[in-house]
Design a protein around this ligand. Structure first.
Ligand SMILES: Cc1cc2nc3c(=O)[nH]c(=O)nc-3n(C[C@H](O)[C@H](O)[C@H](O)COP(=O)(O)OP(=O)(O)OC[C@H]3O[C@@H](n4cnc5c(N)ncnc54)[C@H](O)[C@@H]3O)c2cc1C
Length: 385
């Protein structure tokens, strides 16, 4: 069977590309090895799919080439996606910071994509394993469900995160097979494991903080875990963290602890009580135990006040690793953007070969940006195949 385009991977990017190409009258086949398409969409956003972020800009993405995503993002915007979601009468709300979530559940987003694919006459083959891919003029894809040929081949099989719901690494293998460079991959948007073991006394404590790694910082909650740190500010930081680099946490970004220690009323109180005015009690107890001698605040020397201020404003964490691909929302790195056209997502070396979505070295922040990249890159390739 010969198609205009075969798309490997029936996730967010693949389905979007299929509907876009199908609407242009192209004969499209999507090959998906799971029993259903869009499984990652279904579990996303805690089951409510944070399907876009209305404040999306290229600055919300990490890539070896920060400009690469610009063209695709400008051609398919969050407003375009919102129009599509409204057309399908899916109710949604803004949770915070421009993040749009479904009111009911994520399945409505999958249903929307499947219904658009049906209307565009794109075929979707599920439970279909890719065995080999080759090119002899046309692309030839041998699968467990037969051999298919096409003029264009779109690789949309995602990254390595969440292998239990279908991540396979096939996209990187195919990129290598066709001689394309890969930027080293690693798990991201993921909790971090602290050097030397986590916390027994703090696990479960959550606090608003400013977290910085290198030049980037994020102000959101952090969560202490048995093995290290999690929470939105830590997940965001994992996109930027490099092994060996400290992550610095400011537990009271709006306060000047040094000044407070000097001026606070009733400064006969103990350190733990003082900290408990601003922080959860378990955290206050943990931090107070780090200060030698259980002195009242009024008896602290200037040096001791500075040390306590540094402990609160610049708590330095050394992480040994992340919680890995089993827990990571995304894969950082991927097919090098040097290899691809930023307008079509097509390979510069191999005519007719395209890479879209997470398999490409473009990774969004937490908050709906990764889906926006999947839609936008899927649209760019769907418009070009
Ligand atoms: C738990 C979790 C929650 C998330 N929540 C959000 C969120 O709320 N908002 C957000 O923006 N991002 C979220 N993300 C990230 C987002 O899901 C991904 O960035 C996005 O799905 C990437 O789209 P994609 O189409 O490139 O890959 P995927 O959606 O992963 O799709 C790839 C598809 O290819 C298929 N496939 C893989 N290998 C093969 C093969 N060998 N043969 C055939 N098919 C194959 C897979 O089964 C899958 O269906 C979340 C991720 C996780 C893990």
């Amino acid at each position: 069977m010969r198609y205009d385009a075969i798309i490997i991977g029936g996730g967010a990017a693949g389905l979007f590309c299929a509907m876009t190409a199908g609407r242009r009258g192209k004969r499209v086949l999507v090959i998906e090895h799971n029993e259903e398409a869009g499984r990652k969409i279904i579990i996303s956003g805690g089951g409510r799919c944070n399907f876009t972020n209305i404040h999306t800009t290229p600055e919300n993405f990490v890539s070896s080439n920060p400009h690469f995503c610009r063209s695709a993002l400008s051609r398919y915007t969050p407003e375009d996606l919102v129009r599509l979601v409204k057309k399908h009468k899916i109710e949604f709300y803004e949770k915070k910071l421009g993040q749009l979530f479904c009111k009911e559940n994520s399945r409505s987003i999958v249903d929307m994509l499947l219904s658009e694919c049906r209307a565009a006459r794109a075929e979707i083959k599920t439970r279909c394993e890719v065995l080999t891919v080759s090119k002899d003029g046309d692309f030839k894809v041998e699968t467990s469900g037969g051999t298919f040929r096409s003029q264009s081949l779109v690789i949309a099989c995602g990254g390595l995160s969440f292998p239990k719901i279908g991540a396979s690494g096939l996209g990187y293998r195919l990129a290598r097979q066709f001689g394309l460079k890969i930027v080293e991959t690693r798990p991201s948007l993921v909790a971090m494991v602290v050097e030397g073991g986590g916390w027994t006394d703090l696990a479960g404590v959550s606090v608003d903080a400013e977290v910085g790694s290198g030049k980037q910082s994020f102000r959101e909650n952090i969560l202490f875990t048995h093995r290290g740190l999690s929470g939105p500010a830590i997940l965001q930081t994992s996109n930027y963290w490099k092994k060996g680099e400290d992550v610095v946490v400011d537990l009271l970004p709006e306060k000047d602890v040094g000044e407070l220690l000097k001026t606070i009323d009733g400064n006969n109180q103990r350190i733990q009580n003082f900290l408990g005015l601003y922080l959860p009690q378990r955290l206050a107890r943990h931090l107070a135990a780090k200060v030698p001698g259980d002195k009242p605040v009024s008896k602290l020397s200037a040096k001791e006040r500075d040390e306590i201020a540094a402990m609160l404003h610049q708590w330095r964490f050394q992480f040994s690793q992340t919680e890995g691909y089993d827990r990571a929302e995304v894969t950082l790195g991927g097919v090098s953007t040097d290899e691809l056209s930023s307008t079509t997502m097509g390979s510069k070396r191999v005519p007719g070969l395209y890479f879209i979505g997470e398999v490409v070295d473009v990774t969004g922040w937490l908050g709906g940006y990764n889906f926006q990249w999947a839609w936008a890159s899927g649209f760019a390739a769907g418009d070009a195949v």
